[in-house]
Write a protein of this length. Structure first.
Length: 291
């Protein structure tokens, strides 16, 4: 569908973003469902290798070099470390804690990216955006409720995953522009497999031969995960970032809905208030950053 006007481009980009977020929410729900029959490390390894193979096929069809020298550049090495860290803890959060809570905390990633970019890269951030950052982080605290009576160490899994993804996004800013989406996809999913291999030493669970149903779910996770990643890249390259990026928060609504409908999770006032603070802060940062 050709985008002949900026309005059409923004509309198409927004639809791609919603499709990507829906796919990621489905991926999260399927991973949580698979946890009942497969060890966490095995899910990570199978998903990571499957996604990497899918992007290898895409890259080879395009005639790309799978091992360009730039993948060993310092920004890419840092990106890989944060990818492993973020993927591991985010998957642990999905499987071991409520899906709705994990999904909401993940939405604070852009807020942490803006704050870190100001501190590490010297990007200009005015008092309004600093106020929005504080409000967004306050939303995370509202959800976590870090009080002696209600706080549990498991609550930090999603926070660690969010920090890992924020570091990955920051490193991506400094990554060589010559690296294509397919090449980034290969090494991103390979990092997922590495995370699974690392966690195998801690989980101490033997591999399980998936039955037909579980095997089909794993294949669905790989397919949905790779298509969602490609849709996200398509969204960010279609239309204006300020118009397209806010639709990233559609994942929050979908993830919460999946948690309530399929996993019997419940919403309370702190979840609603925290979600509202995070989304409001994130959207403001996107709009203000564009200006």
């Amino acid at each position: 569908m050709p985008a002949k006007t900026p309005q059409n481009a923004n509309l198409i980009g927004s639809l791609w973003m919603i499709a990507a977020m829906f796919g990621f929410a489905v991926e999260d729900a399927l991973i949580k469902a698979t946890f009942a029959t497969l060890p966490i490390w095995q899910i990570l390894v199978m998903f990571g290798l499957g996604g990497a193979i899918a992007f290898v096929i895409v890259a080879r069809r395009a005639g790309e070099n799978l091992f360009p020298k730039t993948v060993l550049s310092p920004p890419m090495r840092i990106r890989m470390l944060f990818e492993i860290f973020g993927r591991l803890f985010f998957t642990l959060a999905i499987t071991l804690t409520p899906l709705s809570t994990t999904t909401v905390i993940l939405q604070a990633t852009p807020i942490v990216v803006v704050a870190a970019a100001a501190i590490l890269f010297g990007e200009t951030v005015g008092w309004r955006r600093w106020l929005a950052i504080c409000i967004g982080l306050l939303g995370v605290l509202v959800i976590l409720q870090p009080t002696p009576a209600s706080f549990t160490p498991m609550s930090l899994l999603a926070v660690f995953g969010m920090i890992g993804f924020a570091g990955r996004d920051l490193a991506s800013r400094a990554a060589p522009a010559s690296l294509s989406t397919a090449i980034l996809g290969i090494y991103g999913f390979f990092a997922l497999a590495i995370a699974g291999g690392i966690y195998a030493f801690f989980e101490h669970a033997a591999p399980v031969m998936p039955d037909a149903k579980t095997g089909a779910i794993v294949m669905a996770i790989i397919a949905v995960g790779t298509l969602s990643y490609a849709s996200l890249m398509k969204a960010m390259r279609t239309g204006e970032v300020a118009a397209v990026a806010p639709f990233r928060y559609s994942r929050l609504l979908i993830g919460i809905a999946f948690g309530v409908v399929f996993f019997g999770e419940s919403l309370d006032t702190r979840m609603l208030v925290g979600s509202a603070l995070i989304v409001a802060a994130g959207v403001f940062l996107l709009i203000r950053g564009k200006k």
